[in-house]
Design a binder for this molecule. Structure first.
Ligand code: RAM
Length: 907
């Protein structure tokens, strides 16, 4: 047959199409990240790790090989590395293995993969990262300080510099940090969208700098830089004993701008004594106490070219920073949600109040018109008292008030810079004219972690609880995990962080946030291995070593490994983990750690009318021994993942002795614990302290204890996170559901019923008669008890990483139906992609919907009996390709490859 020209063309096109279909797999590579971030700027990691996700329509997609290419300067630049085709199913945390990376350089990378059908994907889109400054000698800038005046107010120094940018700019990269806090402007525009920079690290050990691409902000010719400094954590009041200047008396700036012109020539603008300084409108700023802004003192145009700075002084040359300058690893603090007033209230005592409807962390932007010298005061509170008046006693010494003084020029807009407030309500004083809702906007500020998890159910109270948990995390993940955001505390309490870690890792991407904080933990750890109560440690070395707090050193790195498969952080923390176990070991006698100060099961149930001995007191040394064992176990786990076999042996032998000592000291022959509290049984069971034969009876005692309290929990910070997990493990999920659904105090839903919008520090922060718990310790935004979120995700929805496989490479889905719910769903953005589990119950039966990301597989355990009728997409399961691993009474185990599944069970 002869083909004419047209049909020949058609056929070859068709063949080409067919070929490309054969060559290119159905999979696409997407969501590429470098060190968990999309196109990060300022990484000082010598071998950054790449991650990507596979997407495709088919089920059961697995990666069999990958290839990565890295170029410097541009996607068409010099090739810095090619991995070649590597046979591997790794798509998360694949390390760069090329030559040494250069300082201050942008690198571009892409990746392609081969799937389990032998097909190759297209190259991904290019991702990039910009390296930080690897060597101290890369810094040409000098530390400078600003104007100070003798007033006790400590006004914010302003620093300015004009410079020429002679030619057309190809790139302009600014490296900035401060002792204190900074806000930088170039030609009057704010540099970047991060707040409270440079964030908080253990400043007496290391300080993070930030990197900004400001190419678009420069003009050919004259340019101006203006930087404002604030006290911040560095020298402001921090800690609850009124202390100041913890890290030093002087704040300062380090600024370096590296310009590359289009002709390839370079110029650098640095902070030095040629800069000028003065003060302006920010008269005082303090983290706890708020900010005072006096617009009458604004130096108009000071951050612009041509400003007359004749009256300004030369910047003071400041002492260089003596410790490590490091690039920023975690997401910066950014402005997030905005809230308009929900209600305007005049209280019984006549106060003018705005209710924003949500307890949050950030500040309020205020618009106003008035006369020169008018002064507005904005006070912040989390809650109203019994009579409906503004309540601030629980803030202790923290004033959290912003004072704005008007210049009288047209409309003025105020918002603070170097402070933050924990609040739902504001009280306004001195506002000229009518207080109108449109002039007040609440803005939240927190570390810009990626939202990764959602849990929803058919119960609105539980949904509100989940909302409160997430809002507790938003407000308190402010560069460090703080205990609370409002009173004179706001510190990185280690205990709180460890109890909440697992829940946190469901709700948001916290891998970088915690990797950064753990570095400070290791640095602040004492030489004897003890771990401070708070990180960064501002309470002194004696404030350390409490069981359940110091164990953040072992618990968080391990759980971070489980949640993300992050072996590098585990390896980096290993020495710190070992040191902490070493501390407990050194302080033990006959393998019993029963020395030192411990917070114990902090804020456990202790009713006011406690004359019937019902306080749920747990022996603090019993607790300590449990955590000693747990930390040792986690050290063994880490050692085994990291291939440290001698350590595995050494610590396994130690663990045996720790448990034996526990049983000698705290357990009767029949298995009763010396403290018959819920927490005692929970810890003993969760950490496998008891011999196998004594476990079930202990679980029964726990269960009986709960029933004796009328299905109420009595646990504090340390028992609460594991309580429901232990009940589930010992076949008592129904009782765990009862605790979760309990609406009367003490319970998770009691605060919800009382109108909470965040998690409270205490089970009864506000009593049923609306009176308050003791004001010295009564935060309404304290995430610790939000640790129940972990059980909701892992047990109700049943989402977990399979034991022995970290980071959801292999998944376990084990839903639990109960609590009167007829619907529950959890979604988690894993490193591999979206994972979800949903169940619905109705009269006909149960429906399950699952989504399993590509390059993973999931073992699904359905609580159904073999006799039940199982369907996939309406067809009997037996006719589908789904592999049934096993069936036994009350359980069917399936193996699912990636894809979307709909399973129904007809009763
Ligand atoms: C409180 C903190 C924190 C707790 C410690 C023991 O002051 O708020 O929540 O961990 O004490």
């Amino acid at each position: 047959m002869k083909l004419n020209y047209f049909s020949r063309g058609f056929v070859s096109m068709f063949l080409l199409l067919l070929c490309s279909q054969m060559i290119f797999a159905q999979v696409t590579v997407m969501n590429t990240r470098c060190e968990n971030l999309a196109n990060p700027i300022g990484l000082d990691i010598a071998a950054p790790r790449f991650s990507w996700q596979l997407k495709g329509k088919e089920r059961g997609i697995q990666q069999t090989a990958y290839e990565i290419e890295v170029f410097s300067g541009s996607p068409k630049g010099v090739r810095a590395w090619t991995s070649g085709k590597v046979n591997s199913d790794s798509s998360v945390f694949v390390s760069y293995k090329g030559g040494n990376l250069k300082s201050g350089t942008q690198y571009f990378w892409h990746v392609r993969v081969w799937d389990n059908k032998g097909k190759m994907s297209k190259w991904s889109e290019f991702g990039n990262w910009h390296t930080g400054l690897f060597e101290a000698s890369d810094w040409k800038a000098k530390w400078i300080g600003g104007a100070a005046d003798s007033s006790s107010e400590q006004p914010s120094p302003l620093l300015r510099k004009e410079f020429q940018s002679a030619k057309k700019v190809r790139s302009a990269i600014a490296y900035i940090t401060a002792k204190g806090m900074y806000e930088a402007k170039v030609n009057g525009k704010r540099v970047g969208d991060a707040y409270l920079s440079p964030g908080w690290t253990s400043y007496n050990k290391r300080l993070q700098y930030q990197v900004y691409d400001i190419t678009d902000m420069l003009r050919q010719g004259e340019n101006a830089i203006g930087v404002t400094l604030g006290n911040g954590w560095y020298r402001g009041n921090i800690g609850f004993q009124g202390q100041r200047n913890y890290y030093g008396k002087d704040i300062g700036l380090l600024f370096q701008l590296d310009i590359t012109y289009t002709d390839g020539s370079k110029a650098t603008v640095v902070s030095d004594e040629s800069w000028k300084t003065s003060t302006g409108r920010i008269r005082s700023s303090e983290i706890y106490h708020g900010e005072i802004i006096d617009n009458r003192l604004e130096q108009n145009g000071w951050e612009l070219v041509g400003f007359d700075d004749a009256g300004w002084k030369p910047a003071i040359s400041a002492a260089p920073y003596e410790h490590a300058l490091v690039a920023t690893l975690n997401e910066p603090i950014r402005k997030k949600e905005e809230f308009k007033p929900a209600k305007m209230i005049t209280t019984p005592s006549g106060e003018k109040i705005i209710d924003f409807g949500q307890n949050m962390v950030g500040w309020v932007k205020v618009k106003v018109r008035g006369n020169k010298g008018d002064s507005i005061k904005i006070y912040h509170a989390e809650i109203l008292d019994k009579s409906g008046n503004f309540y601030t006693t629980n803030l202790r010494a923290a004033r959290q008030e912003n004072i704005y003084i008007l210049s009288g020029d047209a409309e003025e807009v105020f918002e603070p810079h170097f402070t933050f407030q924990g609040f739902r309500y504001i009280k306004i004083e001195g506002y000229p004219g009518e207080i109108k809702p449109e002039n007040f906007t609440a803005i939240t500020l927190y570390s810009d972690m990626k939202p990764t998890g959602e849990f929803t159910s058919s119960n609105t109270l539980i949904n509100q609880l989940q909302h409160n948990i997430q809002w507790g995390q938003r407000g308190n993940f402010l560069d460090v995990p703080t205990d609370c955001p409002q009173r004179d505390e706001r510190l990185g309490w280690t205990g709180d962080a460890q109890v909440f870690y697992r829940t946190a890792s469901f709700n948001f991407g916290v891998n970088n946030f915690f990797s950064k904080w753990l570095k400070d933990l290791a640095l602040d750890q004492l030489d004897n291995g003890s771990v401070p109560f708070v990180i960064p440690n501002v309470l002194g070395k004696d404030a350390s070593g409490s069981a359940g707090w110091a164990d953040a050193a072992t618990i968080i790195p391990w759980q971070n490994y489980l949640a993300y498969g992050d072996k590098k952080t585990l390896l980096e923390q290993y020495a710190s983990m070992e040191k902490w176990v070493g501390f407990m070991n050194t302080n033990s006698k006959d393998d019993l750690w029963n020395k030192g100060f411990h917070f114990g099961d902090w804020l456990f149930y202790r009713p006011d009318d406690d004359n019937d001995g019902r306080s749920a007191i747990t022996d603090k040394y019993l607790i300590a021994q449990c955590f000693y064992a747990n930390s040792t176990q986690l050290l063994i786990n880490a050692a085994s993942v990291l291939g440290k076999n001698t350590d595995v042996e050494k610590y396994t032998a130690l663990l045996k002795k720790i448990k034996a000592a526990f049983n000698r000291e705290y357990v009767t022959q029949s298995g009763r614990l010396v403290s018959s509290s819920q927490t005692a049984y929970v810890l003993a069971l969760h950490f496998d302290m008891l011999p196998e034969a004594l476990r079930q009876q202990a679980a029964d005692r726990l269960s009986e204890n709960i029933s004796n309290y009328g299905d109420h929990l009595t646990t504090g910070f340390l028992g609460t996170p594991y309580l429901c997990h232990v009940l589930t493990r010992f076949g008592k999920t129904e009782q765990a559901f009862k605790l979760l659904m309990q609406e009367s105090y003490p319970s998770w839903l009691y605060p919800v019923k009382m109108g909470a919008t965040t998690i409270w520090e205490r089970w009864d922060g506000q009593k049923p008669d609306s009176s308050f718990q003791t004001p010295g310790m009564n935060s309404f935004n304290h995430y610790a008890y939000g640790a129940i979120g972990d059980w909701m995700y892992r047990t109700i929805a049943g989402l977990d990483t399979e034991e022995g496989f970290a980071g959801y490479k292999k998944i376990s889905i084990k839903p639990h139906i109960g609590g009167g719910l007829n619907y529950a769903k959890a979604v988690l953005q894993t490193n591999y992609g979206q994972l979800s589990s949903e169940w619905k119950v109705d009269a006909k039966g149960t429906t399950y919907n699952f989504e399993i990301p590509a390059n993973t597989s999931a073992k699904v355990y359905l609580p159904e009996a073999p006799g039940d009728k199982l369907f996939e997409n309406g067809k009997p399961l037996s006719t589908s390709t789904i592999k049934v691993i096993s069936t036994e009474a009350g359980r069917t185990e399936l193996l699912l490859g990636s894809g979307i599944y709909n399973l129904t069970v007809i009763k």
